[in-house]
Design a protein around this ligand. Structure first.
Ligand SMILES: Nc1nc2c(ncn2[C@@H]2O[C@H](COP(=O)(O)OP(=O)(O)OP(=O)(O)O)[C@@H](O)[C@H]2O)c(=O)[nH]1
Ligand SMILES: [Mg+2]
Length: 476
């Protein structure tokens, strides 16, 4: 697919790359006329200096000027009006972000200044960029593969250290490397089969059969590993929607405060203290939890509390994880049954709270009866936090996470491609088991090859490319 010559990259684009409101404004200009266009609006301190004559990776100090206006705003033939002082950075093709000529104008960060400069650029012949268009050009010009381009967005939106680290690894081409390796091995196998079918005298398929089977098994294993890691990656980068539920006074808000390490939620000994949902996010040993404290669930005639209980029920439905807080010093009743039925479909951890009051509490018996993890804790005195953390990890992170050397596919589109490639390879395995003719294998092998190619953009349609880059922010 040759996207570079389809006319998309022939014009010169600009965008505010710094956002409004900072101390410095950065306007990025990219395209074949970038240097010439900025030359029209830039006057170096050394007035004779032209950007067009300057080397790449150089910085120039001067003014942005409107050559058609005087300082009083009137049109002139000769004089010009200074809009702002500026530093101009020159990065020539192909060693720039887009692999085109790029000029970045650093000016003062005021909104009016930035808008005025962008207007001048438009008059000089550049056009405003679409969101993500710079990165799209980097992709179209072959400087980034699609997985790297997507990781640019992930770097910007990373919510925690893990997510950032894994996106930066992807930006450096880790995913690409893995995918290219898998594809080469697939191609090698199908090339061998094709050759053997064409030239049976020189290539012996029969003696290759067991090798071929083990290669396919190995490829399947590696794809499964990538999928497993992607689930870990999702949990680690996006976080878990967690809801704390239980009867009134069980200690839900106390647990919330213990987890956050602050006096966030109101805690009193009045049953029915929390009425509305109380939401926040925090980091527990590297895992982001988006946590919601809820109103205690009970039969109530109080109109406000009733709404609170309904909201709590809805929060359960939308959650990935439920902390069910039980007062271990109180008797069980029908409401416990109701709560258990509400959380039946969910991943639940029971926190058998107030263990300081009932030291005889038996978590084992409860665990056996409910069939879910039960942790003895005291939200008031801070006991049980370690066990809770370990339990969450055991629930969501399959296996050990090695932050340094594993490839994490966190992007949904990429994950979908892996799933499809895996399906195709499973079909190959099935064909081997059923001793189908060899040409059956190659169709599915090449299918897997193509699906993996979509991850790095080796085989994607223009529409998909447009859709992917539309999600980017301005100036990227
Ligand atoms: N002894 C003891 N008291 C606790 C513990 N956890 C909470 N409490 C007390 O139990 C009472 C209720 O605690 P909250 O955290 O407000 O309970 P809640 O589940 O949020 O209650 P509602 O918002 O009314 O549904 C307060 O007086 C807390 O100090 C605990 O582990 N041990
Ligand atoms: Mg509460």
């Amino acid at each position: 697919m040759d996207l570079i010559t389809n006319g998309l990259v022939s014009d010169t684009i600009f965008a505010n790359a710094s956002g409004m409101g900072g101390a410095i404004g950065i306007i990025r200009v990219s395209g074949p006329r970038a240097v010439e266009i900025v030359d029209q609006i830039f006057l170096s301190v050394n007035e004779k200096k032209k950007l067009a004559d300057q080397k790449t990776y150089t910085v120039h100090y001067g003014s942005i000027i409107d050559r058609h206006l005087t300082s009083s705003g009137e049109k002139t033939d000769g004089g010009s009006h200074v809009v702002d002082e500026a530093l101009v950075l020159l990065m020539r093709a192909p060693h720039s972000y887009t692999a085109e000529d790029v000029v970045e104008i650093q000016c003062h960060g005021g909104q009016l200044v930035i808008v005025s400069i962008m207007n001048l650029l438009r008059k000089a012949g550049a056009r405003p960029a679409q969101p993500g268009e710079f990165t799209k050009r980097a992709f179209l010009n072959g400087r980034l593969d699609l997985s790297q381009a997507e990781s640019v967005m992930d770097v910007i939106h990373a919510k925690n250290h893990f997510a950032l680290q894994s996106s930066v690894r992807q930006l450096h081409g880790e995913v690409k490397k893995k995918v290219v390796d898998l594809r080469e091995r697939i191609l090698h196998e199908s090339a061998f089969i094709e050759s053997a079918l064409d030239d049976p005298e020189h290539y012996d398929l029969d003696s290759h059969a067991s090798d071929f089977r083990s290669v396919v098994e190995q490829l399947i294993l590696e794809l499964e590993e990538l999928l497993k890691n992607s689930e870990n990656g999702r949990v680690l980068s996006e976080g878990l929607k967690t809801v704390i539920v239980g009867k009134p006074n069980a200690g839900k808000s106390s647990l919330m405060n213990l987890l956050l390490g602050t006096d966030y939620a109101i805690v009193t000994d009045v049953a029915g203290t929390t009425r509305d949902l109380l939401e926040t996010s925090f980091n527990l040993d590297g895992i982001t939890l988006h946590i919601t404290d809820t109103a205690g669930i009970r039969m109530t005639e109080d109109a406000v509390e009733k709404i609170g209980v309904e909201r709590a029920k809805k929060a359960i439905e939308q959650s990935d994880l439920v902390f069910y807080v039980v007062d271990s010093s109180a008797e069980e009743d029908a409401v416990d049954e109701e709560i258990l039925s509400l959380v039946r479909e969910k991943k639940v951890i029971v926190l058998f709270n107030k263990c300081d009051l009932s030291p005889e509490a038996d978590a084992g018996a409860l665990r056996e009866r409910l069939g879910v993890p039960v942790i003895l804790c005291s939200a008031k005195f801070g006991d049980g936090l370690r066990e809770l953390t370990d339990q969450i990890k055991a629930f969501f992170l399959q296996g050990e996470i090695s932050y340094n050397d594993e490839v994490f596919i966190t992007n949904v589109r990429q994950k979908d491609c892996i799933e499809r490639a895996l399906k195709s390879l499973m079909l190959v395995r099935e064909s081997i088991e059923r001793q189908m003719p060899e040409d059956f294998y190659t169709i599915d092998l090449l299918d897997a090859y193509e699906k993996l190619g979509q991850i790095i953009g080796a085989s994607v349609s223009d529409d998909l490319v447009d859709q992917i880059f539309r999600e980017f922010c301005m100036g990227k």
